[in-house]
Design a protein around this ligand. Structure first.
Ligand code: KG4
Ligand code: ZN
Length: 363
């Protein structure tokens, strides 16, 4: 079992260590400092967050330079780089926060979903710190982390719809309380960010493709090439692989077509589906708040279209700052704070999981 509620299952020695550790603090006990660690994909990230809401430090070291020439993330290279970076990144987060490990109340670490080799580095590192320094460890779902990025800025009231759009996931959740997530739809094939990265690659650009397509699209005509929009029937699931294949076929038949127009046409199709579906789900469920998160929510076209359509529909929209859209550990520390308030602690047999669903399925 990975989560243990309360202190009942903490062994005696750990309990003694934690007791002395907690009593040794000179800080006000109302402040809870969480060290967040995320190594779910290709970013090595560590952050210190106070009371789940205030970022004290936030360090992200990305590996774009390593993976860009391959057109995507090479898992083995990613995990090796995490091994190299995890110590300096965590040290930098603590130094920037002017904190030592004795000031940290708990370590929140992403244990899934993600690349298994990458996750393993963060989880092992967090467990080692926890063991040596007697600091409780909290196991956090990366997707919950993305949703919790709102706690660090302006938090929506409940209930709200969370659209998580990243390189590995495209899912829509009904959030009725902190920690209460119901997945209403998810992608059946490619994630939106994955489609961006693959389309960029076939247009001859390097990884990560999302920001490049975003820039190209702003210079192209979204009406010049009409790509298919996939609205699956009788469910709120997404599908982006057909769109990606349509772009591939178009590029093969029209090798000299404007890349700006192709990017604009592709982006318009992605945005129509993401925005259209989110508004439809919100209206069907009688929810008037939508919160975007994940790397693709940094997309300028998506943010603008969401603003327009949400305002037309009388829906309140929450968009994270661009630096909190992509992977970071502040969001993991924030999620960890709520787990800690619930009295959760993970045990030392915590293992990473490449597939880790969030909340209950389909409603
Ligand atoms: O959330 P994230 O950092 O990592 C995952 O959890 O997957 O998301 C990374 C994804 C990549 O696919 C990247 O191309 C995409 O987010 N992305 C964007 C933009 N910025 C990052 N996609 C579209 N437009 C952007 N501006
Ligand atoms: Zn992510």
């Amino acid at each position: 079992m990975e989560h243990i509620r309360g202190s009942g299952k903490i062994d005696y020695l750990s309990a003694v260590v934690i007791h002395f550790y907690w009593n040794d603090k000179s800080r006000c006990v109302d402040e809870m400092l969480i060290l967040g660690i995320d190594t779910s994909c290709d970013d090595t990230a560590a952050a210190v967050v106070e009371n789940g809401t205030t970022i004290i430090s936030n360090v992200v070291s990305n590996q774009d330079a390593i993976h860009m020439k391959y057109g995507g993330i090479v898992p083995e290279l990613a995990s090796r780089k995490h091994v190299e970076l995890i110590t300096p990144v965590v040290n930098e987060a603590l130094t920037n926060a002017k904190a030592g490990l004795r000031d940290i109340d708990a370590i929140a670490v992403t244990h899934g979903p993600g690349l298994i080799g990458s996750l393993l580095v963060g989880v092992c590192f967090a467990k080692s710190l926890s063991y040596v320094h007697g600091i409780p460890i909290l196991a956090i779902n990366h997707l919950e982390g993305h949703i919790c990025s709102y706690n660090l800025e302006s938090k929506p009231d409940f209930p709200f719809l969370a659209l998580v759009v990243s390189g590995g996931h495209t899912s829509i959740y009904k959030v009725t309380d902190t920690g209460n997530y119901q997945e209403l739809g998810r992608t059946r094939d490619d994630a939106a960010g994955e489609a961006y990265d693959k389309v960029a690659k076939l247009l001859g650009y390097q990884y990560p493709g999302g920001p490049i397509i975003d820039e190209l699209a702003a210079q192209g005509d979204p009406e010049a090439v009409k790509f298919p929009r996939s609205f699956l029937r009788d469910c709120y699931d997404f599908s982006f692989s057909g769109l990606k294949t349509a772009v591939l076929n178009y590029v093969r038949k029209n090798p000299h077509a404007s890349k700006e127009d192709i990017a604009a046409g592709f982006q318009a199709a992605v945005i129509d589906v993401l925005v259209g579906r989110s508004i439809e789900v919100a209206q069907k469920h009688g929810i008037n708040r939508i919160a975007l998160s994940g790397g693709v929510s940094a997309n300028k076209g998506l943010r603008n279209a969401m603003k327009d359509k949400a305002s037309e529909a009388g829906i309140e929209l929450f968009l994270p700052s661009v630096n909190l859209c992509t992977d970071n550990a502040a969001m993991i520390a924030s999620a960890g704070y709520y787990h800690r308030l619930d009295g959760e602690t993970a045990s030392f047999d915590l293992n990473p999981k490449a597939c880790l669903p969030l909340g209950s399925a389909n409603g």
